[in-house]
Design a protein around this ligand. Structure first.
Ligand code: 8YV
Length: 319
């Protein structure tokens, strides 16, 4: 039987690429540049399947130019805001993602950002690294204590719950907003808020874990930042689209928000150059899921979805 033809748009983990080469007639983009619209459109004529990352954009305009060969887009990501799902479905193309396997890695990074933002990681690192550390005082680099503080989580899905589990280890009092209240065995004592506004009023620390959709664009805007307790710390490991970046800077300028930890930005790659002047923004370049273990698991999950599809079964992560 001829193997399905597969395009892997980026350099995935070695184990993933080896397994893909064993089971598929695969073309791998070892150059690792993001796939352009023209490449994606051309691939729809040459391949039965694509494993893309969030760096390849399947907009309605791109999908409208597809040839009929492409049958499945098996994303190597949990977020699918780079895909116009309606347009893909309308053409009968199956779409899958990779939930679960990246929850812990992303939650670990959220914890790093929360702690780093709360405790002056950017300024502290620089002052030691540059040899500018020439004094000490009890009032020096005093931060905000995480232990015992109230944590607000927007989006209590898999990653939100994984972050809550880690935050419980820090003795945090966990509150959340979600489209629906979780059953007790998942909420594990976390307090449900029916509105984002109610959640924000208690969020000494706020962490965003919801998908980017038209409804969640700029979910943290000027009005919402104003509802946080003074001195709150904001963490975003989800998507840059969730935060009005000018409103965040205004809240930092006024001191209403004390610090932020960001792994995601409106513009990626690159981020927001205006953030560079803020020592109280601890930034990382969208590496929430970037651990060896998780990269292998994401690649294998995408391949599991493809295997099921080409064996005539419904992929486990069919959207
Ligand atoms: C990845 C992500 O960096 O899964 C997601 O939605 O944003 C990250 O895990 C990326 O999408 C890998 O393809």
């Amino acid at each position: 039987m001829t193997k399905p033809r597969l395009w892997i748009t980026r350099r995935l983990s070695d184990a993933t690429l080896e397994r893909a080469a064993r089971d598929y007639d695969v073309v791998i983009n070892y150059e690792d540049e993001p796939g352009t619209a023209a490449q994606i459109i051309a691939a729809s004529a040459d391949f039965d399947a694509i494993i893309p990352c969030h760096s390849e954009h399947f907009s309605a305009e791109v999908v409208a130019q597809f040839s009929p060969r492409l049958k499945i887009v098996a994303n190597h990501s949990v977020g699918v805001d780079h895909c116009d799902l309606d347009a893909l479905k309308a053409r009968g193309i199956a779409v899958t993602n990779t939930p679960d396997v990246l929850s812990d890695a992303t939650a670990e990074l959220a914890m790093l950002l929360m702690l780093g933002a709360a405790r002056h990681a950017v300024a502290g690192d620089r002052i030691v690294r540059t040899g500018a550390w020439d004094s000490w005082s009890p009032a020096f680099m005093v931060g905000k204590q995480v232990t015992g503080s109230r944590l607000g989580i927007i989006g209590m899905g898999r990653v939100g719950q994984a972050f809550a589990a880690k935050a419980r280890g820090f003795g945090m009092d966990i509150h959340y907003y979600n489209r629906s209240e979780l059953p007790a065995d998942q909420a594990l004592g976390a307090t449900y808020h029916k509105s984002i506004e109610s959640l924000l009023s208690v969020a000494d620390f706020l962490s965003l874990h919801c998908p980017a959709t038209p409804e969640t664009t700029d979910v943290m805007n000027a009005d919402r930042f104003a509802l946080l307790p003074k001195g709150a710390v904001v963490v975003n490991t989800a998507r840059g689209a969730l935060v009005d970046e000018n409103a965040l800077m205004a809240a930092l300028d006024s001191g209403h928000v004390a610090a932020a930890g960001l792994d995601c930005f409106k513009v990626e790659p690159g981020g927001n150059p205006a953030f560079a002047q803020y020592d109280n923004i601890f930034m990382l370049p969208h590496i929430g899921s970037a651990t060896r273990k998780t990269r292998d698991a994401m690649g294998f999950r995408a391949l599991d979805n493809l295997d099921a599809f080409f064996a005539g079964r419904a992929p486990g992560d069919l959207l």
